[in-house]
Design a protein around this ligand. Structure first.
Ligand code: NAP
Length: 250
């Protein structure tokens, strides 16, 4: 039986990924800060899923959880999914929250990869996945910390993909567009090509199975965002600050 550990697997994309792997007969480990969300969302399949109450910004806690799961169950796949966004997008930087975002969105990914690699490198097998975002393709107004942490995660994974080939450990970066989850539920702006979380999880799981290096979706939206990112920066700044696109003005 195969085993996956998913950080932030109690709501949204992580929850749907957990459900997907459970339906495929995998053993699943999930971690998050709030046990209640786990109790509410995992009514069935309880025998095959293990919950760890862990904040991913706490390196030792996370290491202990991943190590315990791998020793008792196994570890074929690690999905670093836990992440936070800004509840309110603003042009006035909120440094305290941005520092927290760096700890969760960036260091949380690094800590989980570190713990997984302690197990995977000696075995010479395994797979690492990070849920980044297409928000990392460009510096977006109003969400500087989010754009920066996601850009850093994508580049970090791109490097690791090269470095870990020698150990037979593929690294996959997932860059979703807008997905309907608690994270986006506070957005009051329009969310083009908004996708339901179960569908997003299915697409992500397929990309993981194919061991893709990068998977960005939905195709049309992610292509538009990438194209905008290739424009000369003066053009980019002109387009992104148009009223219809500037979400920090919501
Ligand atoms: N939804 C989108 O449109 C979208 C688009 C692109 C990328 N993403 C990325 O996809 C990932 C999942 O997002 P989502 O939309 O599914 O969000 P979500 O529904 O808010 O779920 C976030 C999950 O992470 C956990 N979490 C948050 N902070 C944590 C921490 N410090 N330590 C441990 N667990 C933590 C949450 O549980 P607790 O609060 O109980 O800890 C929850 O299980 C994130 O990395 C996000 O940036 C989302």
């Amino acid at each position: 039986m195969r085993a996956v550990f998913i950080t932030g697997g109690t709501t949204g994309i992580g929850l749907e990924l957990a459900k997907h792997y459970l339906s495929q007969g995998w053993k699943v480990g999930v971690c998050a800060r709030d046990r209640q969300k786990f109790d509410e969302n995992f009514i069935s399949h309880r025998d095959n899923v293990t919950f760890y109450q862990v904040d991913v910004s706490e390196r030792e806690q996370l290491k202990a959880a991943i190590s315990s799961f791998s020793k008792s169950i196994g570890l074929d796949l690690l999905i670093a999914n836990a992440g936070i966004g800004y509840k309110k997008k603003s042009r006035v930087p909120d440094f305290e929250y941005t520092y927290k975002m760096v700890q969760v969105n960036l260091l949380g990914v690094m800590y989980s990869f570190e713990a997984a690699l302690d197990v995977m490198i000696p075995r010479g097998k395994g797979q690492l996945v990070a849920i980044s975002s297409i928000a990392g393709y460009n510096g977006l107004p109003g969400v500087a910390g989010y754009s920066a942490t996601k850009a850093a995660v994508s580049k970090y994974c791109e490097s690791l993909h090269l470095d870990l080939k020698q150990f037979n450990i593929p690294v996959t970066t997932i860059c979703p567009g807008f997905v309907e989850t608690p994270l986006t539920s506070t957005n009051r702006h329009s969310m083009p090509f908004l996708m339901r979380a179960p569908k997003a999880a299915k697409l992500i799981a397929r990309a993981i199975e194919k061991k893709k290096m990068v998977y960005a979706f939905p195709f049309i939206f992610s292509s538009i965002v990438r194209l905008i990112g290739m424009l000369p920066r003066t053009w980019y700044r002109f387009i992104i600050t148009r009223k219809a696109l500037d979400y920090s003005r919501e």
